[in-house]
Design a protein. Sequence first.
Length: 311
Amino acid sequence: MKVTIVGAGNVGASCADVISYRGIASEVVLLDIKEGFAEGKAMDIMQCASNTGFNTQLSGVTNDYTKTANSDVVVITSGIPRKPGMTREELIGINAGIVKSVSENVLANSPNAIIVVVSNPMDTMTYLALKATGLPKNRIIGMGGALDSSRFRYYLSKALNKPQRDVSAMVIGGHGDTTMIPLTRLASYNGIPVSEFLSQEELDKVAADTMVGGATLTGLLGTSAWYAPGASVAYLVDSILNNQKKMIACSVFLEGEYGESDICIGVPCIIGRNGIEEIVDITLNEDEKAKFAKSATAVRSMNAELNANLK
């Protein structure tokens, strides 16, 4: 199985590292427009192989899409990252042209690939990739919900003082500081609702911390995070290539599900060899429905801004 990662920055390189170390794919190609950058990152990771024991063949290329031919999955991380004080939404005009060009180039060489979009604003870039390529919706997947859900589990585990692996929780809605919806009502610790252990005030704080989880790290690091995003991409790619059919919150094109249409936004999906195998339509309460509708409205406004930038 072959995976191409477009963008050898922090997120792309971290993703390549996790995929290689875990043996998720037999071949990984890391591509970047900066001369020698992807080659250097690939060489550095490959020099870990003898000490960590992985067998994945990783190579780096400078803007040569022919080397990505016949990829099963293509991950798009290219674009500029957030700086302190920036929102994901502010990246629309800069990253839209990049994502559109990359999508077209990768499909020219890997016409059957499943595309995973990471570039921000992720929901809008996923929508752009879908519309620009004309691919069926199962083959264009936005990664954000996997990352947001992992951050949600992190904050819950801290509040519970219990291991993250024993916590089940999901974030739906837009991948933005004000649009994501941590489903505290459905979160559980070893099958028991977390509300049995945490007060409403504590749950509200966990949700609030989750929503600004990315901005918190950007403020601390001076740029976007990369370890958790890279691992989240690898987790998603693993479910695709190995047909694991995991339920993962992903940004996907809706056609009436959750009362929304003509929009890419985060909802629970079954992820397997065909990409989006199924959209899981869970029952939301009235408050959650209202939040989801509000989130969708915000994402639509970004899509409108995207269209304005592309004209």
